[in-house]
Design a protein around this ligand. Structure first.
Ligand code: NI
Length: 189
């Protein structure tokens, strides 16, 4: 397994719409393994292929406390969504930034697993938020798109400043440790 580099906002490649996977083959399974490795090593709870500059509809999640329940979704589609509520989100592509936004509180998702078999999953709470967040990545959308332009400007400036500090050899402030998503997210209501 290979740990891949995660693109960071406002990298324009994060705006690419991912292509469906035609066949779940060994190359796709390798991508799944690399996404999991990358997600776990960044302490994330979800990662979409878009974030590592691979524009295929593949995402991985693990919202378990023990970090031992990887979930794989290939060509995921939300087939039903219910309710609407606020939740706090972070993103490995927008490190150190958290904000509240509204999402469906319960979704039914259909996808292929790593063996290419179709499955459906009813998800609510944190898992529902994560699925919506990661599918957005495959569409080229980021959670900051739901915030005001003023907030996005502040976020861009802050990330820019942190990148510059890193380039100058400074440590990234601990609150921004790429870990965007180590239990960042308050369970949805
Ligand atoms: Ni994200």
């Amino acid at each position: 397994m290979t740990k891949l580099a995660i693109l960071e906002y406002p990298d324009p490649r994060l705006r690419t719409r991912a292509e469906p996977v035609a066949k779940v083959d060994d190359a796709v399974r390798q991508l799944v393994d690399d996404l999991l490795e990358t997600m776990y090593s960044a302490n994330g709870i979800g990662l979409a292929a878009t974030q590592v500059d691979v524009h295929r509809r593949v995402l991985v999640l693990d919202v378990s406390d023990a970090r031992d329940q990887p979930r794989v979704f290939i060509n995921p589609e939300i087939v039903d969504a219910q309710g609407r509520g606020p939740g706090e989100e972070g993103c490995l592509s927008v490190p150190g930034i958290y904000d509240k936004l509204q999402r469906a509180t319960s979704v039914r998702v259909r996808a292929l697993d790593r063996d290419g078999r179709t499955f459906e999953l009813q998800a609510d709470g944190l898992l529902a938020i994560c699925i919506q967040h990661e599918i957005d990545h495959l569409e080229g959308r980021l959670f900051v798109d739901y915030l005001s332009e003023l907030k996005r400007q502040m976020i861009r400036r802050r990330l820019e400043k942190e990148r510059k500090q890193r380039a100058d050899g400074a440590e990234r402030p601990s609150r921004a440790l790429g870990a965007a998503a180590r239990r960042p997210v308050v369970p949805a209501l």
